[in-house]
Design a protein around this ligand. Structure first.
Ligand SMILES: NC(=O)C1=CN([C@@H]2O[C@H](COP(=O)(O)OP(=O)(O)OC[C@H]3O[C@@H](n4cnc5c(N)ncnc54)[C@H](OP(=O)(O)O)[C@@H]3O)[C@@H](O)[C@H]2O)C=CC1
Ligand SMILES: Cc1cn([C@H]2C[C@H](O)[C@@H](COP(=O)(O)OP(=O)(O)O[C@H]3O[C@@H](C)C(=O)[C@@H](O)[C@H]3O)O2)c(=O)[nH]c1=O
Ligand SMILES: [Mg+2]
Length: 306
């Protein structure tokens, strides 16, 4: 049976991967705390410590390493560059070096924030990168280290990830919407909201087929839901769908503002829509329109609440 090491099981994507990868092999889950979200023990693994990473790899000897764990606090990264780099760049490099040496497959995730956001059409895998902040730069360095290692790898670049649990834009909107009658949300940053579950399901399909993959089937792929919107458009859709589902009685007013009216420590790309064509052309895979993803997560929230 294939041994799979999965990091970050207490994050949005790791949590969904733990479910979707379980049927594919012998799953070894790791978190920083050594506890699963439910409190049960799992492997303790601090990704900011390369020696600890190598120790866990040597102990488990996985054939597949899946690494959704990351430093994802975009604004905080601006003042914690070393830590962000350690987790987002050095850790993937360490995983990749081990995978190369042991002929293991590495499945890793990256972000639309590797792009500068100054284009008018969706970014391709080979488009020139140019991160605007520390988080994006650290994630790009992680990608580049994996490619340079020449290990067998898949890197899925995704964007605006959310789910029914942990911390994300959807849950922030629903919380703030309960507290206030009016919200202000930026309308000049365009991207594609992507569900952690959709991404986990694509990951599972890819891993299930990966033993047969040649060089053309491996490498870097963009993977988001289809379509595009602004954070303001996403917020409006969240309240519209939540109201239709009976989760909230009335939607707050969502005022569209410019990024300049919402100052943050990190700059964010104005346009970071990813072109997912390569994933479809090479693997025949695609996620549906982002509004469908949203309705799935709203459904899940309603089910949990019941
Ligand atoms: N969230 C998003 O909008 C997007 C995410 N991505 C990428 O997708 C992947 C998954 O993101 P997502 O699930 O949303 O992120 P989350 O922030 O939900 O989860 C990240 C996980 O990494 C863990 N982690 C942080 N530091 C360490 C460490 N030193 N050692 C071990 N684990 C650590 C976190 O643990 P703890 O909570 O204890 O810190 C958390 O469980 C990441 O690679 C991210 O960069 C790409 C595009 C968009
Ligand atoms: C809460 C809030 C945010 N905003 C803005 C701030 C920001 O520009 C945008 C989204 O806020 P967030 O803090 O969720 O955004 P951010 O943390 O930048 O989200 C990013 O996370 C990383 C990990 C990624 O990889 C990216 O793909 C992206 O999802 O909305 C408002 O305008 N009004 C609000 O009330
Ligand atoms: Mg954030």
């Amino acid at each position: 049976m294939t041994k799979i090491l999965l990091t970050g099981v207490d994050g949005q994507l790791g949590f969904e991967l733990a479910r979707s990868l379980a049927p594919l092999g012998e799953l070894h889950c790791a978190t920083l705390s050594g506890r699963l979200p439910g409190g049960q023990p799992c492997l303790p693994l601090d990704l900011s410590k390369p020696t600890a990473i190598r120790q866990v790899l040597d102990e488990i000897k996985p054939q597949v390493v899946v690494n959704p764990a990351a430093y994802t606090a975009v604004d905080k990264a601006e003042s914690e560059a070393d830590l962000a780099h350690g987790i987002n760049a050095v850790a993937p490099a360490t995983l990749a070096a081990w995978c190369r040496q042991h002929n293991a497959l590495l499945l890793h995730y990256s972000t639309d924030y590797v792009f500068p956001g100054n284009a008018g059409r969706p970014w391709r895998e080979e488009s020139v990168t140019g991160p605007l902040g520390v988080y994006g730069a650290s994630k790009l360095a992680g990608e580049e280290a994996i490619r340079a290692s020449e290990c067998r790898h898949l890197i899925l670049r995704t964007a605006w990830v959310y789910s029914a649990r942990f911390a994300n834009f959807l849950l922030t909107m629903l919380r703030v919407g309960r507290e206030r009658d009016e919200l202000r949300v930026v309308s000049d940053q365009i991207g594609t909201p992507t569900t952690a579950r959709g991404l986990a399901s694509i990951s599972a399909v890819l891993l299930a087929r990966s033993a047969q993959f040649g060089a053309d089937e491996l490498g870097t792929f963009h993977c988001t839901h289809a379509g595009q919107t602004s954070w303001h458009g996403f917020a409006e859709a969240i309240f519209r769908q939540a109201q239709q589902a009976g989760m909230i009685e009335r939607a707050p007013k969502v005022q569209a503002i410019a990024s300049s009216d919402y100052p943050t420590p990190a700059r964010r790309p104005a346009y970071s829509v990813l072109d997912n064509r390569k994933l479809t052309d090479v693997h025949g895979l695609a996620l549906p329109d982002w509004r469908i993803g949203l309705s799935q997560v709203i459904d899940e929230l309603c089910t949990v609440a019941r």
